[in-house]
Design a protein around this ligand. Structure first.
Ligand SMILES: Nc1ncnc2c1ncn2[C@@H]1O[C@H](COP(=O)(O)OP(=O)(O)O)[C@@H](O)[C@H]1O
Ligand SMILES: [Mg+2]
Length: 318
């Protein structure tokens, strides 16, 4: 086994069973120090369960995990000093003010009042400073999220876990979180483990992405590696009638990498998709298939997800 000490976060065969359900079914991963690791997957994939195990909040039922070489089960107290965690559901007390929440957290980690005030000052770019002495119960969802993020950062962790940090935020709120994630990573060199169901978030922020579906890691790589694995361009065709006849017709075209049918949607991957648009239209016409929609795009992480799972990541038609 490679040393568990070289990675900021490592999991080997990490598993969690709830009754009959294998919510996490043996996950292997390693996050290097200073890396932003994006853990991408749909609702129910097992993202939060993995985060809760890595952050000592939930006992694994199989496998092991380490943070900076420390086993999360054997050394939960030490691990907690190294990490910051902002869970999907912010666990903030509505009857406290923002400042009280931050001071309490600082005290929990043994900071002096002076250090606490300094940290609150450092964290002002993400905090809503004008609302810091208001009760948390009066905060909007975005304000509560940012307070929760600031709370996770109070003790200056070396590894920060963010579980769906932008779900439910409006676009400006999402951009603020993205900026803060980048700043923490670039200026402080913080390692980030963030989960998301938004492929553009993983694409924008993550150095490396792990795609999780039904408790298993199904693909991993840099966003561009993952997209390159799909081919350079994807032509998508929505057809009326028999998709298999359409698929057969498309398979006869030269210059395609692959032709896949997902219900009434056909996807042709090719390194030079632009040159295949008319051959695709012609082949379908000759095969008597009527085309409802035909378009081309460069691959996204959704194409990667579709390729490995057979379903779209976000809503989707398949
Ligand atoms: N405490 C629990 N008891 C039973 N099932 C759970 C529990 N927590 C999560 N699950 C189930 O485990 C699966 C993964 O959940 P979760 O890790 O929350 O997914 P995600 O965060 O990717 O949406 C889901 O099917 C969920 O219903
Ligand atoms: Mg979750």
């Amino acid at each position: 086994m490679a040393s568990a000490h070289d990675a900021a976060v490592r999991a080997e065969g990490l598993a969690r069973r709830f009754g009959e359900l294998d919510a996490v079914a043996g996950v292997d991963l390693a996050v290097e120090p200073g890396e932003i690791y994006g853990f991408l997957g749909p609702n129910g994939a097992g993202k939060s369960t993995v985060v809760r195990m890595l952050t000592t909040l939930l006992a694994p039922t199989g496998g092991r995990a380490w943070v900076n070489g420390l086993d999360v089960v054997e050394h939960p107290g030490d691990v907690r000093f190294l990490i910051g965690v902002a869970l999907q559901e912010a666990g903030l007390d509505a009857k406290m003010t923002g400042r009280e929440v931050l001071v309490t957290q600082g005290r929990l980690f043994g900071l002096t009042r002076h250090e606490i005030d300094q940290r609150i000052d450092d964290l002002s770019p993400i905090l809503d400073v004008a609302a810091i002495d208001r009760l948390v119960g009066t905060y909007s969802g975005g304000m509560a999220r940012r307070l929760d993020l600031a709370t996770a950062l109070m003790h200056n962790p070396t590894v920060l876990f963010l579980d769906e940090p932008t779900t439910g935020l409006d676009p400006p709120g999402r951009l603020r979180v993205w900026d803060e994630v980048r700043r923490l990573n670039e200026e402080v060199g913080m390692t980030l483990f963030l989960t998301t169901q938004y492929l553009e978030e993983a694409d924008e922020l993550a150095d490396r992405v792990g795609i999780i579906n039904a408790g298993a890691l199904v693909a991993e790589g840099t966003p561009s590696e993952l997209k390159r694995s799909i081919g350079v361009d994807v032509i998508t065709v929505q057809v009326d009638g028999d998709p298999h006849a359409a698929q057969r017709a498309l398979e006869e075209i030269e210059g395609t990498d692959s032709v896949d049918a997902f219900g009434s949607e056909l996807r042709v991957s090719a390194s030079e998709g632009g040159r295949l648009l008319s051959p695709v239209a012609l082949a379908l016409d000759r095969a008597g298939v009527s085309v409802r929609e035909l378009s081309m795009h460069s691959p996204t992480l959704d194409d990667v997800f579709l390729d490995v799972t057979g379903t779209h990541l976000e809503g989707g038609t398949a």
